[in-house]
Design a protein around this ligand. Structure first.
Ligand SMILES: O=P(O)(O)OC[C@@]1(O)O[C@H](CO)[C@@H](O)[C@@H]1O
Ligand SMILES: [Mn+2]
Length: 448
């Protein structure tokens, strides 16, 4: 899509044999689909217990939907319109028509010929269609087991992090601005590396946090390829404006990514921002349907706060109680606009989700977590690595924004000349092995 007439390179696509997109569509997506089918099989008795024969029949039909979907994918069939009449179905079908218009010589839109970003998002939406079309399966989260396992497998790291947070809060009034800044930067990096724990790249394999999130920071520093965290800090400080009540009114929006440990790192960061008076309001943005295996839904968000509150650990439960209070008093709020589970590049948001775009324009700082959000920020296109991040956003500038992303797809902009070449010579898979990360900032007020 050409936003504001800004030209852009080709989209990543599985049509490029051997590319990461090709290997993902050929291997990883079918694996994820097979795991979804297995999950439904394994829950057959539960469906019978809860819903009787109707539940078992729904499960069977959903499995046949998903098996057909896997065959369509593996044999590169033309994509199909959605037929579940959900709130977002027309937006999806309109997007398919747009993609069809872009196809050369009238070739149909298909899995190995169309943009990877579209096809991967489309797969997750077709999984949801299989459930929508087979009530009472429509409310079942096929990825719930993996997300809760990631939380339970990361307990030690969560305890360490909540203890660290409470220590910061206890000492906060004695902190100098430098100490406050250093604490913020540490928690920002912990949230950044929390993004390693993603179940899509691992095709559902356990990807929980085993090491101490604090102790591992010094060793990870050298793997941060772009570090604009000082600009994030100065944006936050500049956003402190005394309103009539003399209180600070900064609003921070966090576009969430994965549940489990990563979500805890985001809640801890958000708690610090409010407790340190750096933000008056935090708006969390999650997904309205189960997405990319481990992405946060409203149920995951509420479950995680409740679990942390109920933990048999003093500082975990203290943190969970505080987070529940922030939600109750409205300091924190959770939102799940359907745009986040559409396939659109973010440069389309101002037109295709104008309400969301104008909401985000009211933010003082937007933190985008994770790789899929980075792919949508940059349009998942084959940019030269030295193209500035601002340029790759192609006009998507609702407010000062920062991507906190571990690299798991072969799109990366804003690097120094020679930086990508050096990395490729050392580690050919540096863009997709999840070992590297960026803290990449862009602001409408910064000269382009
Ligand atoms: O957004 P996240 O959770 O950081 O990563 C999502 C992801 O795992 O899924 C896609 C590959 O299947 C890539 O965008 C990325 O590897
Ligand atoms: Mn994710």
């Amino acid at each position: 899509m050409e936003a504001e007439g800004i030209s852009a390179p080709l989209s990543l696509s599985a049509e490029f044999e051997g590319s990461f997109a090709y290997l993902t569509v050929r291997d990883r997506l079918p694996t994820i689909l097979t795991k979804v089918i297995d999950t439904l099989h394994r829950n057959k008795d539960n469906f019978f217990k809860e819903y009787g024969k109707e539940g078992v029949q729904a499960e069977k039909t959903a499995i046949s939907f998903l098996s057909r979907l896997r065959n369509e994918l593996q044999t590169d069939k033309p994509v199909l319109s959605l037929t579940d009449n959900a709130e977002d179905s027309e937006a999806w079908n309109e997007y398919m028509r747009r993609q069809q218009d872009l196809m050369e010589d009238g070739r149909p839109v298909s899995w190995f010929k169309s943009p990877w970003l579209y096809m991967e998002c489309y797969m997750y939406r077709r999984i949801q269609e299989a459930l929508y079309m087979n009530p009472p399966m429509d409310k079942f989260d096929v990825f719930k087991e993996g997300k809760t396992q990631s939380y339970f497998e990361s307990q030690q790291a969560i305890k360490t992090l909540c203890t660290y947070l409470q220590e910061l809060i206890t000492n906060m009034e004695n902190m100098t601005e430098i100490q406050l800044r250093d604490s913020f930067l540490k928690l920002l990096q912990i949230s950044l590396w929390g993004n390693k724990c993603d179940l899509s790249i691992s095709a559902g394999q356990d990807n929980s946090q085993k090491s101490s999130p604090i102790d591992s920071l010094p060793d990870l520093q050298r793997f941060i390829l772009v570090d604009d965290s000082s600009m994030v800090w100065s944006t936050l400080v500049a956003a402190q404006g005394a309103g009539s009540s003399g209180k600070k009114h900064a609003r921070v929006d966090i576009i969430l990514d994965n549940a489990g440990f990563e979500l805890i790192t985001d809640l801890v960061l958000a708690d610090f921002l409010v407790s340190a008076g750096l933000a008056k309001q935090i708006r969390f943005h999650g997904k309205s349907i189960p997405w990319f295996v481990s992405d946060v839904t409203k149920q995951d968000f509420e479950w995680t706060i409740m679990q942390t509150m109920a933990a048999n650990h003093k500082w975990m439960s203290a943190s969970g109680v505080q987070w529940k209070h922030f939600m109750k008093e409205g300091t924190w709020s959770y939102h799940d606009h359907i745009f986040w589970t559409l396939p659109h590049e973010f440069c389309d948001m101002a037109v295709d989700a104008a309400d969301l775009y104008s909401t985000l324009q009211g933010s003082d700082l937007i933190l985008f977590k994770g790789d899929l959000n980075y792919r949508k920020l940059t349009g998942d296109r084959k940019w030269e690595h030295t193209v500035p991040f601002d340029q790759a956003l192609r006009g998507f500038q609702p407010a000062p924004l920062c991507s906190l992303r571990t690299l798991k797809a072969d799109v990366q902009v804003g690097l120094q000349p020679g930086q990508a070449e050096k990395l490729s010579s050392q580690e050919p898979d540096w863009m997709t092995n999840g070992r590297y990360a960026v803290v990449q900032f862009s602001s409408p007020c910064r000269e382009q």
